[in-house]
Design a protein around this ligand. Structure first.
Ligand SMILES: Cc1ncc(COP(=O)(O)O)c(C=O)c1O
Length: 420
């Protein structure tokens, strides 16, 4: 296991290896940041090109009837297949932050749950801002459960908090910093037993692990499509609401695309009876076109095969880190048990930022390696089974060893760009 040949052999045996050819790659570059922005599917390039030239360029307004009105629903139904939902329960569009705002606001006003908002300290900052913003407007407070560390939830403490303060909770299925995965079904059942609901943020989980919303009794979820789903920068997010809740929820951003008959141009708002009531403005057709190419690839590969490969590659990477990098001052911040993690592996080091810069410098060992950095000292490596190779993980560990043992990281400045 401890040589490059072994990694190459694993790649040669990989049943998903051909999917790598479906993406655009730069030479001499190892991309391990698919947990932030997935790679460009070549099919997206082709389909967006076609949408620009044929649909927008030639057919213009006629494309609404010919192509565009159906597109959001068709893509939503593909996400429904992936997440084990009915197509009537999921809508694509807007950003994750806006979707979260809409659904949390709607849940607060549906009178089915106590008017209390809760979360914990592992959440992505935008989610916290959304919750706090709503709470302020409604003269409420958000309780944010803090743990003694920032790598995993203390589940018993979280359960006790839900029991003591029932209400509307928001949690990310896979935590953005450490890759920790919450026990989805267990927490949903606990919440429902205690008169509460959890709104899940699937951003770091969708396309990386299999999620069965029905089997896990998940009622509401949001998530982005630009990470493991390879939908493109700022691609539309999704919102899932279980059908038993849809009719009791009112979208706070009422726009014509949430109307029962948007093209009746009525001056009275009459909400759609389906999930479409969470529509607001005109769907972003070009972005949705790219999203379709991404979800098609995940469905073709099969999420169970993707998850299986993610587990195998993460196990391999973690074992290399344990043997090669722990003695060099690195720590592993991701849970080592596969059921407790998503598909990124986070490590930490006191010189994490400088090490990230050296990794990205092609002059060092002739290869540019792109992970990402999360303050104050985390380096995240996203494993995207559709295009990550075992040999990429081997080469990354070898470069990390070199950077630290040769003190190369000391040559880099403290200055950070806007997107670290
Ligand atoms: C877990 C999580 N939630 C929410 C967001 C914000 O998503 P958006 O920019 O689509 O609002 C991100 C962005 O990376 C994220 O990682």
């Amino acid at each position: 296991m401890n040589d490059r040949h072994y990694a190459l052999k694993r790649d040669a045996e990989d049943p998903l290896q051909s999917f790598r050819n479906a993406f655009y790659h730069n030479p001499n570059e190892i991309y391990l940041d698919g947990n932030s922005l997935g790679k460009l599917p070549l099919r997206a390039q082709e389909k967006v090109g076609e949408a620009l030239t044929e649909e927008w360029g030639k057919t213009l307004i006629g494309s609404w009837n010919a192509h565009w009105l159906d597109r959001p629903k068709r893509i939503a139904s593909k996400y429904a297949r992936l997440l084990h939902l009915n197509s009537e329960e999921i809508i694509l569009g807007e950003s994750t932050s806006v979707r979260l705002y809409q659904v949390i606001h709607a849940l607060l006003h549906c009178d089915q749950f106590p008017k209390h908002l809760g979360t914990d300290s592992l959440q992505f900052p935008s989610d916290l801002y959304i919750l706090e913003g709503i709470a302020k407007n409604e003269s409420l407070e958000v309780s944010i459960l803090s743990y003694s560390q920032e790598t995993h939830a203390e589940v018993e403490l979280l359960k006790k908090t839900i029991q003591d303060k029932p209400g509307i909770y928001c949690l990310s299925l896979v935590s953005y910093k450490s890759g920790y995965r919450y026990p989805l079904k267990k927490l949903n059942q606990w919440a429902s037993k205690h008169n509460s609901i959890i709104v899940w943020d699937f951003s770091h989980a969708v396309g990386a692990i299999s999620i069965d919303c029905k089997a896990t009794e998940t009622l509401v979820a949001v998530g982005c499509t630009y990470k493991y789903m390879n939908g493109g920068p700022g691609s539309p997010a999704f919102l899932y609401v279980n059908k038993k809740l849809i009719s009791s929820l009112s979208n706070p951003i009422k726009g014509w695309f949430g109307h029962r008959f948007p093209f009746s141009f009525s001056s009275q708002f009459d909400p759609s009876q389906s999930i479409e009531r969470f529509g607001s403005g005109t769907p972003s057709i070009l972005s949705l076109t790219a999203v379709e190419a991404g979800v098609d690839l995940v469905l073709e590969a099969g999420i169970l095969s993707i998850e299986q490969k993610s587990k195998a590659q993460s196990d391999y990477f973690i074992s290399l880190i344990e043997t090669e990098l722990l003695p060099l001052g690195f720590s592993i911040e991701t849970p080592t048990h596969p059921q407790e993690r998503g598909s990124h592996v986070s490590i930490s080091h006191k010189a994490a930022w400088h090490i990230c810069l050296a990794l990205q410098d092609e002059k060092v060992q002739g290869v540019k390696i792109i992970p990402d950095f999360r303050p104050s000292h985390f380096i995240r490596f996203g494993i995207t089974p559709l295009y990550t190779r075992y040999v990429d993980l081997w080469d990354t560990v070898q470069k990390l060893i070199f950077i630290v043992t040769s003190n190369t990281f000391k040559n880099y400045s403290d200055q950070q760009p806007i997107v670290p």
